[in-house]
Ligand binder design. Structure first.
Ligand code: KE4
Length: 422
């Protein structure tokens, strides 16, 4: 098998930037991507034979760990029956029923093939249901790459410092209203100015695309009150948080019921799956029972559905609280190790997702996240990678633990951090 360097050179001939998703190019952390040949549990192996402890976990989906035996068994069985029928199949009904049972905001759900499709469809539904066009999103939140969400987006857009995105018409940008995360005054101002034109507020209930940023007390409940008051829908983008924070989502943790919920990542068990759902009254507007159109060749694919069902079944047996405690201990010890070496670090952590920000000030929104020391993060990333620890190749992403990470993995990670030089 060819080595990463050779593969990357060849990939750049045929694929823009040599990658099929920009953040993977590692541009902001000053190194080339490694090509992975195999992943198992919390470990992955490059084509060059290097072994890593993985804290990217495919950007969130692999909460059970890579190659979980029950997921693989279900997928192998499903594949043997055929890979795509373009018709309804039993597994999509089973997964839909499991999702609706787990999330209080869901009466009905529609499967799609990515988080982007989920949020794009949820916004169209919100616009159709309310008859309004504008949407409020928050600086630094990332909801996939649909035109409406490219304004001040987080994740790879922020990582590459792309100010806005050519190809998004001004008319689309004009309908996307922006507010700082956690800034309720700004949201109230937007409603005061545009209230009757706002179809929805979309929010990551725990932001994960400017690094982890937590909602301050009152932020989410007030969004719920404001949207209800002004006849707008509240959309929780739980593509990251769904089934990561709990067997359910942020809406279970915070006790706030959004009008629409977007899901992805974990519910596909590593296969291309997204979903959006909500109250029956709203979801009934989706074709073919309603007049708002959304479709997909591979939506509800039997193999992907089998992976999702197996993943959720396995997660029902997992101890989320224990993973939360272990993750907090790991992240806090990493912070302590860095601070003992004279480095100023902020830690934002929730359940099994965390971000270490380099800088003196707390990170509560995209402005404060953007003031952190990206160069220090890049150096930390490179040195940890040298030591066999794979972190997110961007300061504006999360580190994810999984139910497959062991105490040995955590100890090796802490030992690696003790070797980092600043
Ligand atoms: P996808 O279209 O990438 O499946 O999902 C888009 C999306 C929607 N909402 C949230 C909260 C998300 O985090 C994402 C995608 N997450 C990024 C990483 N934070 C995907 C990684 C990538 O773009 O390569």
């Amino acid at each position: 098998m060819s080595d990463s360097r050779t593969l990357f050179a060849k990939a750049q001939e045929f694929i823009p930037g040599g990658v099929n998703s920009p953040v993977r190019a590692c541009l902001s952390v000053g190194c080339d991507p490694l090509f992975i040949a195999k992943a198992q549990g919390a470990r992955m192996w490059t084509v060059d034979g290097q072994e890593f402890i993985d804290y990217v976990m495919s950007w969130g989906p692999m909460l059970l760990g890579h190659s979980h035996p029950e997921v693989l068994r279900a997928v192998h069985h499903a594949v043997d029956q055929g890979t795509s029928f373009g018709t309804p199949c039993p597994a999509e009904v089973e997964l839909a029923e499991m999702l609706v049972a787990a999330l209080p905001g869901l009466d009905m759900i529609r499967m799609v093939n990515s988080g982007t499709e989920a949020t794009m469809s949820a916004l169209r539904l919100a616009r159709g249901f309310t008859g309004r066009n504008k949407v409020i999103k928050f600086h630094g939140c990332y909801h996939g790459h649909a035109d409406a969400f490219m304004a001040s987006a987080g994740s790879g857009v922020a990582t590459l410092s792309i100010p806005g995105t050519p190809g998004v018409p001004q008319s689309v940008v004009d309908d996307t209203l922006l507010a700082p995360y956690n800034d309720l005054d700004a949201v109230e101002e937007l409603f005061a100015t545009h209230g009757q034109d706002i179809a929805a507020v979309i929010v990551e209930p725990i932001a994960g695309n400017m690094g982890v940023v937590l909602p301050q007390p009152g932020f989410l409940p007030t969004l719920r009150v404001l949207t209800q008051r002004h006849g707008a829908l509240l959309i929780f983008d739980e593509v990251i948080t769904g089934f990561r924070l709990a067997y359910g989502g942020a809406q279970n943790i915070f006790g706030i019921i959004p009008d629409l919920t977007c899901l992805g990542k974990i519910i596909g068990g590593g296969f291309p799956v997204g979903a959006y759902g909500g109250r029956r009254e709203i979801m009934s507007r989706i074709a073919p029972c309603g007049d708002i159109y959304q479709a997909g060749t591979l939506s509800g694919n039997p193999v992907a559905m089998a992976a999702g069902v197996a993943t959720l079944r396995a997660l029902q047996q997992c101890d989320y609280m224990n993973l939360t405690i272990k993750t907090k201990m790991l992240a806090s010890e990493l912070k302590d190790i860095l601070e003992e070496r004279g480095v100023q670090v902020q830690l934002n952590c929730m359940a099994s997702m965390f971000t270490l920000f380099f800088g003196p000030d707390p990170v509560t929104d995209f402005t404060t996240a953007s003031k952190t020391d990206g160069k220090a993060y890049a150096s930390f990333f490179r040195q940890m990678r040298e030591a066999g620890i794979a972190l997110a190749p961007s300061a504006f992403e999360c580190a994810f633990t999984s139910f497959a990470h062991t105490e040995e993995d955590f100890e090796k990670t802490l030992d690696a951090a003790r070797t980092v030089q600043f």
